[in-house]
Design a protein around this ligand. Structure first.
Ligand code: NAI
Length: 258
């Protein structure tokens, strides 16, 4: 077991990739805090994991929520070693809505949520001698997938909402890593390629998925959520003690091929 005695908060762990992270981290000996805005799904995952794992309801875009959860976890377990900033608006995202209002909504969760959760746990990690923050980027950070979806008549400039939040996560990862390394805190990101969660199955058209798999990936298959968990465990573990500020693509060679 590679994460024994570590306490890990995983946001967005009520389904999809976050759930896979939670299950693998628990198998590796971590105490997992399943943190999600969806109470029903998050609680179900925590219950199926059993003690000592717990559920905490959090809207990562709420300053008060993020601070409450960090305090509650510290009070209950005495420390926070790992934060996985996985929560995002992805399931049901509206690629057609390129308005400023929607851009801000996506940023509130996907970008500011990551910043708020990180800021809430940093003092606790620092007190405990260090920690590992793992941000969730995307291969979408390197592309402009929303561009063709914009209506050129009504949207003179598309918002690029999802891709822009993920590209910004990469920048945030570098800035955070540079600032908290002196406290023993490492900050890295994982950039997954297309992963077969419900969000992808329902939100990405089959023909686009097939084109990506055939022509944009060196390994011609989509990822399963479990394909991402080994990298997350490595980043959470002391095996990566000198790795910080990195965005690691786990994408079957998609970003490499451009
Ligand atoms: P998903 O949409 O299925 O799961 C996201 C989870 O975050 C859900 O449990 C949801 O309830 C939670 N969440 C949403 N808003 C929240 C908020 N304000 N506060 C707390 N929790 C909130 O997404 P999926 O497919 O599991 O992806 C997980 C992460 O991986 C996301 O960051 C996504 O952008 C990223 N990603 C996904 C890829 C894919 O192909 N599925 C590819 C690359 C990146």
């Amino acid at each position: 077991m590679r994460l024994e005695s570590k306490v890990a908060i995983i946001t967005g762990a009520g389904q999809g990739i976050g759930e896979a992270y939670a299950r693998r981290f628990a198998r590796e000996g971590a105490t997992v805090v399943v943190a999600d805005v969806n109470e029903e799904k998050g609680r179900a995952v925590a219950t199926s994991l059993g003690a000592p794992h717990v559920f905490e309801r959090v809207d990562v875009s709420s300053e008060a929520d993020t601070e409450r959860v960090a305090r509650a976890v510290a009070a209950r377990f005495g420390r926070i070693d790992v934060l996985v900033n996985n929560a995002a608006i992805f399931y049901g995202i509206d690629h057609q809505d390129q308005s400023f209002t929607y851009l801000k909504k996506i940023f509130d969760v996907n970008y500011f949520g990551t910043w708020l959760m990180s800021r809430a746990v940093f003092p606790i990690m620092r007190k405990g001698g260090g920690g590992s923050v793992i941000n969730q980027s995307s291969s979408a950070a390197y592309m402009h997938p929303e561009m063709p979806m914009a209506n050129q008549d009504t949207d003179p400039l598309p918002s690029f909402h999802y891709s822009l939040t993920k590209a910004s996560i990469n920048a945030m990862t570098h800035f955070m890593a540079g600032n908290v390394g002196r406290f023993g805190i490492r900050v890295n990101a994982i950039a997954p390629g297309p992963t077969m969660t419900d969000a992808t199955k329902t939100g990405v058209p089959q023909e686009i998925l097939q084109l990506i798999i055939q022509f944009q990936m060196a390994i011609h298959r989509p990822l399963e959520p479990e394909d991402l968990t080994g990298t997350a465990v490595w980043l959470a573990s002391d095996d990566s003690a000198m790795v910080t500020g990195q965005v690691i693509p786990v994408d079957g060679g998609m970003i490499m091929l451009g």
